[in-house]
Write a protein that binds this ligand. Sequence first.
Ligand SMILES: [Zn+2]
Length: 196
Amino acid sequence: MQRVVGKFLEYNQHWACEKHAEDPHFFEHLAEGQNPIALLLGCSDSRVSPSVVLGGNLGEIFIHRNIANVVSHADMNFLSVLQYAVEVLGIQDIIVYGHYGCGGIRAAMENEAIGLIDNWLANIKDVIASHQSELDAIPDESDRLNRLVELNVLAQIHNLKQTSVYRKAKKEGRELRLHAWVYDFSNGTVRVLEQA
Ligand SMILES: [Zn+2]
């Protein structure tokens, strides 16, 4: 029964009542507009929900998620989110939020044909190709996958810097800070990666 989607609607009813009881103006204030602290690009994986893990309240994190938190320069969906976040919402902090144990990263590494998603995973295969010798030198498979998760986050930071939105913001002297984070759901903590 726990897996029935109806439980989400039940939860929502309780939650909305509770919030309203705590603060009768809570939803009124949210409806006035948003002023998020950061844009976060994360993986679609159901175990990494950023608002839960990072304690983001409603209105605090502008979120885009896809398989393996990829910045693709042909992805109008993400690029539109990025432009809106930077140019309309005035967000200055962008977090790429990968996670260890990522199925998308594993699938790219295993290199087996799955179908349509192979085209998406090609973005990660490019990361593998760029770091082939470093990855080949890691004997343990799970260590190798974990390193690829980190390299992928760093590669997406690099890709962010190549977007027209980022370049325009920099040209106009606007401050944008990029953060490379990896979530570890085996212990619940987020690791901050050093950027070159
Ligand atoms: Zn993932």
